[in-house]
Ligand binder design. Structure first.
Ligand code: RFL
Ligand code: PHB
Length: 392
């Protein structure tokens, strides 16, 4: 069967769903093709911290009501090292900026529900998606659904299909890739227990490795510990996880951690990655399809949102103002912001984790930098302004 739309969007993660919503609001038709089922997409536990630019974009897309009500605003973060906790007053240091704790799952659910309520087409379980003709004026996306082959004709293709998607793979010969893979992973646990630090995310550096105390709500916590890459989730009983987390924070916080059965436990590798450029004729990459950051700076989802802000703006300019200026500068504008977030995420990862060579000199350098960071207003301000998100 052949159908037509203005923008074909590959992937129903946060990037694809947010783009679809913003385009729809501007009267631009779009269809989303997603490889997985909706439930599968909602089952992935990922990001938790939103910059103000992301919250504002959700509002602009008409889905900002629940994040406004249920999102938990954080004015500060805390750094734990050498057994003591140090607050960084992000709000004060940035002239009033904050971040919001709100799970990626909830954000995705809000976007999916809005899309469904508006009767917009999302094809879940679309198999063998392939992209054609984006070098010319008439791109086509082919896919299979329920055993039948379908063809979607469009003006533009938005590749919002994540790191393992088909979009970047389709143009791999025209791409320059920049990558750093880290020699450890994050073991994450989700549990229905009150967060140990409800008003600040706690980032911990210890000689046993990195730890992170985060949250999804006042009754649901998200915690992480750095672990070897070849560890298996089965190696980590809940008890082992809680014991390890407690050893990596200061004694006062350790005492306050409320434990309970995990409702999700997974190990994620850490990677920095950028693909350049992000535009190929009428194909555009956005979000994790084009770049990955290690989660230490909480930047991945927020970068995806800013790509989508630029891309939706570019399409709106094209259709409503008949200007290709936004399209022509898309890649360059995104990459400028992306590289700054890559730098910040790499830096914070390097500062907070134990690397194979951290012992000795490396450890003293980390300790000195952390001491400088919490005692110098200039250094704390630099951390704070990157954490809340640099200006667009
Ligand atoms: P996604 O979410 O990967 O969605 C891509 C979608 O495309 C689909 N897809 C295909 N569809 C059709 N055909 C194909 N051939 C396809 N191939 C793939 C996939 O099924 C999927 O549904 O990418 P998107 O939308 O760009 O969103 C990016 C974010 O998900 C990601 O950046 C964040 O989760 C990163 N991240 C964090 N970001 C933050 O801003 N703050 C955080 O606190 C934060 N914490 C995290 C994170 C990521 C983590 N992991 C596991 C990677 C914590 C972790 C542990
Ligand atoms: C999370 O809540 O999952 C989270 C918070 C902060 C990060 C990364 C992940 O830097």
């Amino acid at each position: 069967m052949t159908t037509r739309t203005q923008v074909a969007i590959i992937g129903a993660g946060p990037s694809g769903l947010l783009l679809g919503q913003l385009l729809h609001k501007a009267g631009i038709s779009n269809v989303i093709l997603e490889r997985q089922s909706g439930d599968y997409v909602l089952g992935r536990i990922r990001a938790g911290i939103l910059e103000q630019v992301t919250v504002d974009l959700l509002k602009e897309a008409g889905v900002g009501e629940r994040v406004g009500r249920e999102g938990i605003v954080h004015h500060s973060i805390e750094l734990v090292f050498a057994g003591a906790r140090h607050p960084i007053d992000v709000h004060g240091l940035t002239g009033g900026k904050v971040v919001t704790a709100y799970g990626q799952t909830e954000l995705t659910r809000d976007l999916m529900e809005a899309r469904q309520a508006q009767g917009l087409t999302t094809v879940y379980e679309a198999a063998n998606v392939s992209l054609h003709g984006f070098d010319g004026d008439q791109p086509v996306v082919r896919y299979q659904k329920d055993g039948a082959t379908h063809e979607l004709q469009c003006d533009f293709i938005a590749g919002c299909d994540g790191f393992h998607g088909v979009s970047r793979a389709t143009v791999k010969d025209s791409i320059s890739e920049f990558e750093r893979v880290y020699p450890f992973g994050w073991l994450g646990v989700l549990a229905d227990v009150p967060p140990v630090s409800p008003h600040a995310i706690v980032y911990g550096n210890s000689d046993r490795g990195f730890s992170l105390c985060s949250m999804r709500s006042l009754s649901r916590s998200r915690y992480y510990v750095q672990c070897p890459l070849d560890d298996k989730v089965e190696d980590w009983s809940d008890q082992r996880f809680w014991d390890e987390l407690r050893r990596r924070v200061d004694p006062e916080l350790a005492d306050k951690i409320v434990t309970g059965p995990s409702i999700e436990k997974s190990i994620a590798p850490l990677r920095s990655f950028v693909a350049e450029p992000m535009r190929f004729g009428r194909l555009f990459l956005a979000g994790d399809a084009a770049h990955i950051v290690p989660p230490t700076g909480a930047k991945g989802l927020n970068l995806a949102a800013t790509d989508v802000k630029y891309l939706s703006g570019a399409f709106i300019e094209y259709y409503l103002e008949h200007s290709a200026a936004g399209i022509d500068t898309y890649s360059q504008r995104c990459l400028r912001r992306i590289w700054k977030a890559e730098r910040f995420s790499w830096w914070l990862t390097s500062l907070m984790h134990r690397f194979p060579d951290t012992a000795g000199f490396g450890q003293r350098i980390q300790e000195a930098e952390l001491d400088y960071l919490v005692n110098s207003k200039a250094a704390s301000t630099s951390l704070a302004e990157n954490y809340v998100g640099l200006p667009l």
